[in-house]
Design a protein around this ligand. Structure first.
Ligand code: PEP
Ligand code: MG
Length: 758
């Protein structure tokens, strides 16, 4: 920004500051502000619209428009140009506003003589609080400096509105149109579980006291100091004992540390300082801009990166203002349910684990870094909650039902009591399962069932001992890849797999080769945009098209398993030829290791995942050449019923306990028994006791599930008579029913089988 403009900005900000600190009612000060802004911006009109209850923007002050329109002209979000600015959270710069399709003429304002318009959103705490507009008669385009100047002025406006002097506290508590009545919101389950707590809006916790400065040089020095102390804090975090124990999370933080050095980000903060803001106000401004951008960006990778920067912005403001947030803040309620549009991964770790009960995100995807960290902390997380930030207020009591992706806001006594007793029950069950840890999973009629866990994070492996599982039935190798900043090389992968095997001890581990693509994107490997990613370039397809990548992974697995058994399976195999090609690559790697006199695994078992229904018709060719087969029921179900597993709209449309899926599984069991091929199932259904019961009735003797569900499934097994269930099931396969769920539930009730929903 040229120096003359910079000093112009600062002069304007000085004047605004004087008004802000001056006498008069908030309305009087706002009236003075619009006058000064119009003058400083050489505009004929300056108007401020403030967001009121019901998502309505009300004209609160104007210089230039008809003063009678003040408090009369109102626009809904999305209505007219002002409403468009609010809806998109982006500036609008129009030489001829009236020709814009969104223009909505309001005769009471007398604005017909003004042509050009620049509108900028007033943002704070992730919400649009209003819109500031300048207008001129001439047809002109406002330049970048003017947009920047009005943007900074919007920061001042946000301050004034945030002090809640313009709108009564009563209206504020009805938070943009919600009565203080109980409300239920829904989203998408990111992590299950039940929690009760008080809402804490993540973003509002950092307050900027001093907005403006006349001494940019001093602010630059403050910024540099704060950046360097933040960097050392992040380094310390990396060294922290707890984090070094959980490898993947450490990688998340390390990646995030790199963002802290993002040049563009720091440059934009410096520019805002040059515009007349203090360092903390400048950070906050850039943060607000980031948030506004986030709502516009659809690329999930870029969105995640912006969230990471936002997280850093908060941290940086704390360093500048000397305040701390998170776990050390005693002003937090004892039981925190955290609310955010989205979050960076390290922020969660700022909160004392005991205090943090749940996490709600307006955006947030199951594969985001923050979701991975939250899962490791074992708190319920719900994402994609529409209107979350505008419908819950700080300190509202909240019940988070992660399993059903429901949020009860300001719940009645009945719901609170129900939640409390469910939490107590959960706790009691957990204790009972822990006590059962050493007992084998044997049915009442003596059938031994192997219960394995699905793992991906090192944290999941802790569950092995706690739950007393038999082994790891599915190790999703892509998970550690997803939380890294770059593709791990052979050494890193070897180390990782060694670590998994060490934690597993004597227990077997089934390594699945990379299942990337679909909803599991690697940040550093994204050269495809697909319409149907679940049916696109993923899993073994990527492995076969990029054999070097697959080879390196297999090499690392072979190295990590020297002196012990290795089991490898390939995901999403759709035809036998794919398995044969993948197996050849594995054979090449074994030959390579042998040629180098490397120590080989003592035993090698190679299998496939049955996830694509088409493979069912190649079993004759497949079964003789594999050692084991594992059903990936999550994908198998989605492809069999053509129902997207990530789409909540169709999530309940079909049931895994349908005669169709069960018949398929039943014939698979028979075929594998005949061919003497070991069979297991490792989709989510294995972790649900009623479904697991059905699997065992069909003949499955080995199932793999999320670690937290082992206890409930084992308890089911130990109360089951397998023979009578098998006979009963034989009568059901050919029924035309949508689901056999109720019939199976009745069976469990009549036969005293312990079924607890997980
Ligand atoms: C499955 O599809 O059932 C499975 C276990 O694999 P993932 O859930 O990782 O796709
Ligand atoms: Mg799968």
């Amino acid at each position: 920004m040229p120096r003359a403009e910079m000093s112009g900005h600062r002069r304007a900000l000085r004047r605004l500051r004087r008004i802000m600190a001056g006498s008069g009612s908030p309305q009087e000060r706002l009236d003075r502000l619009v006058k000064v802004i119009a003058e400083e911006m050489a505009a004929e009109v300056c108007s401020v619209y403030v967001m009121r209850a019901g998502e309505v923007l009300e004209l609160f002050a104007t210089e230039g428009l008809n003063p009678d329109a003040v408090h009369k002209t109102r626009l809904r979000v999305g209505e007219g140009l002002v409403g468009t600015v609010a809806a998109t959270a982006r500036p609008l710069n129009l030489p001829d506003a009236q020709s814009h399709p969104q223009f909505s003429y309001r005769p009471e304002t007398g604005e017909e003589i003004y042509h050009s318009l620049l509108g900028v959103p007033i943002l704070r705490g992730g919400r649009v609080r209003g819109v500031v507009v300048i207008q001129n008669q001439a047809l002109r385009v406002y330049d970048d400096e003017e947009i920047e100047a009005l943007d900074i002025i919007a920061v001042v406006m946000a301050e004034l509105i945030a002090r809640e002097e313009l709108i009564s506290p009563e209206e504020r508590t009805t938070a943009q149109g919600n009565a203080i009545l109980p409300t239920r919101l829904t989203g998408v389950k990111i992590n299950g579980g039940l929690a009760v707590g008080e809402a804490v809006l993540h973003m509002t916790r950092v307050g900027v006291q001093q907005m403006f400065s006349d001494d940019p040089d001093e602010e630059h020095v403050r910024l540099a100091n704060a950046l360097s102390s933040m960097h050392s804090e992040l380094d310390q975090m990396l060294e922290m004992h707890e984090l070094s124990d959980v490898g993947e999370h450490r990688d998340v933080i390390a990646t995030y540390r790199q963002f802290a050095e993002d040049r563009g980000w720091v440059r934009r903060i410096r520019e805002a300082i040059d515009g007349g803001l203090t360092a903390e106000a400048a950070v906050q401004k850039v943060q607000e801009d980031n948030r506004a951008r986030m709502s516009q960006i659809s690329d999930p990778y870029l969105r995640e990166r912006l969230h990471d920067l936002e997280d850093l912005a908060n941290r940086l403001v704390q360093h500048l203002s000397g305040t701390t947030i998170g776990g050390s803040d005693d002003q937090l309620p004892d039981r925190v349910v955290l609310l955010a549009r989205n979050m960076g991964p390290a922020e969660l770790l700022d909160y004392q684990p005991g205090r943090l009960q749940g996490l709600l995100l307006e955006e947030g995807s199951p594969t985001s870094h923050v979701a991975i960290v939250a899962r490791a902390l074992n708190i319920p997380v719900i994402g994609m909650v529409e209107g979350l930030l505008s419908r819950i207020d700080s300190l509202d009591p909240v019940v988070v039902d992660g399993d059903n992706a429901q949020i009860f806001v300001r719940p009645g006594e009945d719901i609170l009591q129900m939640a409390a007793s469910n939490i107590e029950l959960q706790e009691r069950r957990r204790e009972a399962y822990a006590a059962m840890r050493g007992e084998p999973a044997i049915s009442r009629d003596g059938v031994r069932i192997i219960l394995n866990v699905n793992a991906g994070l090192l944290m999941d492996l802790n569950g092995l001992d706690e739950s007393g599982a038999d082994g790891i039935g599915l190790y999703r190798t892509e998970i550690p890849f997803m939380v890294r900043a770059e593709f791990p090389d052979v050494e890193t992968q070897t180390e990782l797999y060694r670590n998994v095997l060490a934690q597993a001890g004597d227990r077997p581990v089934m390594f699945r080769t990379l299942d990337i693509g679909g909803d599991k994107q690697l940040p550093y490997f994204r050269d495809v945009l697909e319409e149907n990613p679940a049916m696109g370039w993923r899993a073994i397809r990527v492995g076969l098209d990029r054999p070097g990548m697959l080879r390196r992974q297999l090499r690392a697995l072979i190295r990590a398993s020297e002196g012990r058994k290795l089991s490898v399976m390939f995901p999403m195999v759709a035809e036998v030829a794919e398995f044969i090609s993948a197996k050849k690559i594995l054979d090449m790697e074994i030959a390579r290791a042998r040629a180098r006199d490397a120590k080989l695994p003592t035993e090698l078992k190679v299998g496939v995942m049955l996830e694509v229904p088409g493979l069912m018709w190649q079993l004759d060719a497949l079964l003789p050449i594999i050692d084991f087969l594992s059903v990936g029921s999550n994908d198998l179900f989605q492809f069999m019923f053509a129902t997207d597993r990530g789409n909540p709209r169709v999530a309940d449309r079909y049931d895994v306990l349908s005669p169709g899926l069960l018949s398929l599984l039943r014939s698979l069991v028979r075929r594998c028994e005949d061919a003497e091929v070991s069979l297991s199932l490792c989709g989510e259904m294995a972790g649900r006791p009623l479904e697991a019961m059905a699997l065992i009735g069909m003949g499955f003797r080995n199932i793999s599930m999320p670690p937290a569900t082992i206890g409930a499934v084992k308890s089911m097994v130990r109360s089951l008579l397998v023979a009578s269930l098998r006979d009963y099931l034989e009568t059901l396969y050919d029924l035309p029913d949508h689901s056999l769920r109720e019939k199976l539930r009745s069976f469990s009730r009549d036969h005293g089988v312990n079924i607890v929903d997980t």
